[in-house]
Design a protein around this ligand. Structure first.
Ligand code: F0G
Length: 347
């Protein structure tokens, strides 16, 4: 269902096929029939971006590209650099200075990308990419690239294959590429006669970077963009989501909702996934659980409905969040260790 020409050489790192993990403890906290977490952190570079990158980099290679470029909040950069390395292409990543999580920077550096930091946000970085692409023979790998969307739609195929079409699928939203791709996937399955229903989409943004959630709430057809987006979830720190028309259309078509959650709610959800389910996700990914909690509070999701949360990226991507979480850390002598353990085991 991905129309790549058969002559194309496929550049792959074994992406996709990520675990769909059935919630054991959170389910009772949020009170819905079933919650599954699609753990995209299990992809080769630790985020869902690899699904699209295998397709788009294979196409770049097929089209004879030598240099690939992207603007990124970090994960696209990490993924592109890895796949471009495998394909023998040069990569240039344009990043917002001081706003990219450390794990993602390590990856881009390790894979040999050229890193260009600019003063400004992701939106400014994307503007720079557009200017570059107008002048030089580079292949752009941002999510406006249709091949990225083709690859990312496979998440829908995997979910439907494993547990059928859920009532709701909750997706973190930055540029709006992934939620559009997932919708495309579910629609194609239905059109092919492989499934009979469609899920409702819930898109979740961070409150400091929520132009689409605001547009949805106000019933606007065109969003009011945010000039200085700010959130702890740096992956989705985006004020002018380029895929907004597709994302808004998908959510409205599905009968779903777009909402926003605060940084505090995001951190709480990140901790809940880690401590109730054993799943380490980065802050942007935790918006899906924070969103579900809100959906339940607002009684938009019923008790007898099933929900899939898309956990877009791995916790290791962003080690700096350690400062926001309660940590039970001690610095002790060996006698001190014995005393501590005695206290914990309660003898
Ligand atoms: N979650 C994570 C972990 C992300 O890295 C991103 C986007 C999203 C969610 C939102 O997906 O943009 O398709 O709506 N990261 C991009 C990047 C912008 O450059 O890595 P979207």
């Amino acid at each position: 269902m991905i129309p790549v020409p058969s002559e194309a050489q496929i550049i792959s790192l074994g992406e996709g096929g990520t675990p769909l993990i059935k919630s054991v403890r959170l389910k009772d906290l949020v009170h819905v029939k079933e919650v599954y977490i699609k753990f995209e952190g299990a992809n080769p570079t630790g985020s869902f971006k690899d699904r699209g990158m295998t397709v788009a980099v294979s196409m770049a290679k097929y089209l004879g590209a030598r240099v690939v470029v992207c603007a990124s909040t970090g994960n696209t950069a990490a993924s592109m650099s890895a796949y471009a390395a495998r394909a023998g292409m040069k990569s240039i990543v344009i990043l917002p200075k001081g706003k990219v999580a450390k794990g993602k920077l390590v990856q881009a550096v390790l894979h040999g990308a050229i890193l260009a930091f600019i003063d400004g946000s992701f939106d400014d970085a994307l503007r720079a990419v557009t200017q570059v692409a107008e002048r030089y023979p580079v292949y752009v790998l941002n999510s406006l690239n249709p091949w990225r969307i083709e690859g990312q739609k496979t998440l829908a195929f995997e979910v439907a294959d494993e547990v059928g079409v859920p009532d709701w699928i909750v997706v973190p939203v930055g540029n709006g590429g992934n939620i559009s791709a997932i919708w495309k996937g579910f629609k194609e399955l239905k059109e092919a006669g492989l499934t009979s229903k469609l899920p409702k989409l819930a898109g979740v943004q961070a409150s400091g970077a929520a132009p689409l959630a605001r547009a949805f709430r106000k019933g606007l057809n065109v969003p009011e963009f945010v000039n200085n987006p700010e959130t702890i979830a740096t992956a989705i720190r985006i004020g002018r989501p380029v895929n907004w028309p597709r994302a808004l259309k998908a959510i409205r078509e599905s009968g779903g909702v777009l909402m926003d959650v605060t940084d505090e709610e995001i951190l709480k959800a990140q901790e809940a996934l880690a401590r109730f389910e054993g799943l380490g996700v980065e802050p942007a990914s935790a918006t899906s659980l924070a969103g579900l909690i809100k959906l339940k509070e607002e009684e938009l999701v019923d008790r007898d409905e099933s929900v899939v949360l898309v956990a877009t990226g791995h916790a290791l991507k962003d080690p700096d969040v350690i400062k926001y979480h309660s940590a039970d850390i001690h610095y002790l002598s060996s006698e001190g260790v014995l005393a501590l353990v005695r206290e914990v085991v309660g003898t």
